[in-house]
Every structure is written in structure tokens, then in C-alpha cells.
Design a protein around this ligand. Sequence first.
Ligand SMILES: [Zn+2]
Length: 339
Amino acid sequence: MPCFRPSQCPWTACPSRNLPSTFQYQKRGFYRTSKNRRIQRFWCKSCRRSFSSQSFKFNYRLRYPRLHLDFWPFLISKVTLRQSARMLKVDRRTLAARLWRMGEHAREFHRQRCREASALLKSGGVFQLDELETYETDRRLQPLTVSVLIHRYRYFVIHAAVGTLPCRGSLAPHLRKKKVEREKVFGKRRSESRKIVTETFQALKDLLSKDDCPVVQSDGKKTYPRIMKSVFGQHGFEHRVEPSKGPRNRNHPLFPINHTLAQMRDNISRLVRRNWGVSKRRQWLVPHLWLWILWRNYLRPIVAEGNPPTPGELVGASTGRLTAEDVFRWRIFSSRDLQ
Ligand SMILES: [Zn+2]
């Protein structure tokens, strides 16, 4: 087994993080774990703090070091957080904290892999965008929209974002009363569709070079052309509006994105229509979505049968089919690191 070499200091406040030179450290012996495993200790020459190879593990200082691996299959199999907690025999709040940590990790993992794949992503530059409607707590009073952008041919999910939608019209009297009460506390609920679609296109733009002119297929929603102009510039994109009517089968031009959204509804408990597993607050939908994207891009083959490559392999973001153990082995260091 190759010996572990730290590429940077795990302490975020360390001055070595901002130095262009290579990371300077010393080896400082070993310690043994309760399972009698030898762990290498290191010493940072910049901040003079010690650390070990364990400091770089995803489960560093976690009380249940394998909980995320046990939780993982439930997350993508339409099992709710509460039911998962019952089955794993842990407190719901413990599991929620793990969901949050895993979601942050999934987003950073995807971001890093996308950067590596950017050259290949642009070579087949046709993308599809659509929005999926769901809700938090109340279907009529608190609807949500989720924008999703994928690579048309590779089924690679580039980005997803969650935003609010205004209350639905023609409410029953008791819901109208509730709406007025909610508005007194939280203010009027507005559409964030434009904001999240802009964020989604921006995520695509960040992957492309200046000369790239992406082709984007979508339905005929009137706000999309203006948003695309603001992100890509007047002539920096080609927009193909596809009719959203007609049979939604494999021959439909928007089949890849329709199929992706259908898969999300089938895999993510929070998105199943009219069920108890819906998100109580939209903040929790976000990490769950990132975990699903991780699964869709890097763990699940492009089609379920046989042994075809994953979307991540097809765009060059990964070299093989990954497992949950691969993905959650190492911490990903970002600006929001834990101290
Ligand atoms: Zn240091």
C-alpha cells in the first residue's frame, strides 16, 4: 500500500495554504488505533501543528465513522430521513447532520470533477434545461422550483438549484387565511425561478472557455432567452426551443431532461408527489439533490442494464465507476473547511 503524502496542511488558518511553494512537513512517528492500526503522524513546518493521515479522512472525528455509508443506499432509494433514522437506529438529528455534511462534500466533489472535465464537456456542447416543481410543507402555499441542467448526450448533470415559487392561485378560504398569516411573518412569497436559472447557466458558463457557444434546448418558457443573453452574451449561445406537448417518449427532443427529472422523482423521497417524505424546509432538499447528482454522475451507469460507463466517465470527469467508499474516503478542502 503506498504511503500517504499530505498535499497541504489540514488546518485552514495555516499560512502554508496561501504560499505558492510546495507544502513543507515532517513525519513524526506513528500512533495505534483501538483496532491496532498504525497511523502516520505529521508536523507542519508553517503553523507548527501536528496532524495525521486520519485528519484527511471524510469521517475524521465523526462519532459514527460508517454512518454515511450505511445511510447512502437509503438516500437514493426514496426512503425518508425519519425512516432511515429508525432503520439505522440513530437519532434523526444525527442523520440530518450527516446528510448536511455529505451534501456539502458531494457539491465540492462534483465541482472539482467538473473542472477536470471541462475540456470534454464543451466538445459535445448540447445541453438541456428544465424546472421541476415540488414544495416545502404545503403544496399550495409553499411551492418550490428546482432547475436542472444536463449534458444532452452524456446525461451528465451539470447543476441543480432550488428556489421558491409564489403561493398558488384560487386558494380555499382556510388557506387564504393561512397565507395572510404567513405573509405577516415571512413577507410575500415570490418566484426565484429567474435567480436559480441564472445560477444554473452561470455554472455551465464557468466550465466553458470564452469562445464556446453552447447549444441549449429547453421548453418555451419566456424568461429563458433573456436569462441566457444576460449570462452568455447576445451571441454566445444557441437556444433551441422544443415543443413540450406531444407524447413524452424516447423520440421527444427533450427526452433526456424529462427522463432525468422523472428519475429524480423516483429516487429522492422529498420529490415524490404528494407524500409524507416531502421537505419540511427547502434547505434540506439542497444537500439531498447534490447527493443524488453524485450518484447519477459517478456511481450509476448511464443505463441500468449491463455494465456501461457512468455519465462522469463519458465526459472525462472520472476514470471508472466509483463506489460510495471511493467518494467518501477523503475530505475535500475548500474555503469553508472545518477548523
Ligand atoms: Zn499548517
